[in-house]
Design a binder for this molecule. Sequence first.
Ligand code: UT7
Length: 329
Amino acid sequence: MGINILGMGSYVPGQKLTNNDFTRFIETNDEWIRTRTGIVERPMAGWEPTWYMGLKAAEKAVQRAGIDPKEIGLVISTTATADFHTPSMASIIQDKLGAANAGAFDLNAACTGFVYALDTARRFVETGDEKYVLVVANESLSRFLDFTDRGSCILFGDGAAAAVIEKSSKLYSSALGSDGSGGKLLCARALNVAPEVRTEAPDDFTDEFPDMPLHKLFQNGKEVYKFATCALPRSFELAAQKIGITKDDIDWFVPHQANIRIIETAAKKLGAPMEKFIVTLDHYGNTSSASIPLALNEAIEKGTIKRGQKLALIGFGAGLTFGGIILEY
Ligand code: UT7
């Protein structure tokens, strides 16, 4: 039992940072960023709250799905960059959208968030409990980037994308995974802990990385890179083996958009041609959980991805998490 993606929408803020913009405040250059990551520019939210971008994307998705917001039974918002610890982004979006009959909650699986949320949404429609579920991926990574760390701040962008799904009998398989032992490799502290008790806290990540900035994204790029190049192919293979299909059955791979070299290495490991991989990181950067649905929506809007084609959505991210969904569009 699978899902039908009834409608999708996306929203990115109008402001952006080009590679050259970074040369004004850190030691970097356009060539390094292009060749090491594939990124050229990335949208920046500025004044726009995370939920606002999510709402804009959700409005488009609902309009394209051709349904009334009151028919939505559940709103799941994926974010690692919520405007509030509480209320959830999902509750704010549910209200502003007029989804008066929907439940709402946020889901945080970092950059793998959309894969986790779509798979969660699938279970709600599959049981028949809800007819339509709205998944909204919205992220403002720029709000917690350490703009003095040239190894991480150049990677990320802000944006949102949303999908309305319903139950269907189309092809579907999924696999979700996590290796929490890698949590400290990509993290940002939420609540403040007094410096004098910080080192006494069990498993406090600052034991290992004393320079980790409070409330800013900290990343060990090399280790995350290694994890990512294994996690992407693994996410596909775990989902594929459940339904006995191979990479040759897939029309389009839609991977998490973190670094072009990660995607190229994953393609090689899978033995699939790069031409089958949707790439949007050059103009969006890494938008965390919004990256896969932004890429998916753009490819649908351009007519690259067509109805009836088989897709593999494969992601990885902080947690460390990973996950894949194989579905027919
Ligand atoms: O959603 C998941 C998010 N995270 C990721 O996916 C990150 C995965 N990791 C990566 O994408 C890569 O590891 C990075 C892009 C972060 C770094 O690329 P790298 O090829 O692993 O570079 P590196 O860390 O080995 O650094 C090579 C050199 C270093 O200089 P030295 O020590 O060789 O003199 C860095 O200091 O490049 C330097 N460097 C930079 N130079 C110019 C690091 N960042 C920059 C920069 N501009 N922005």
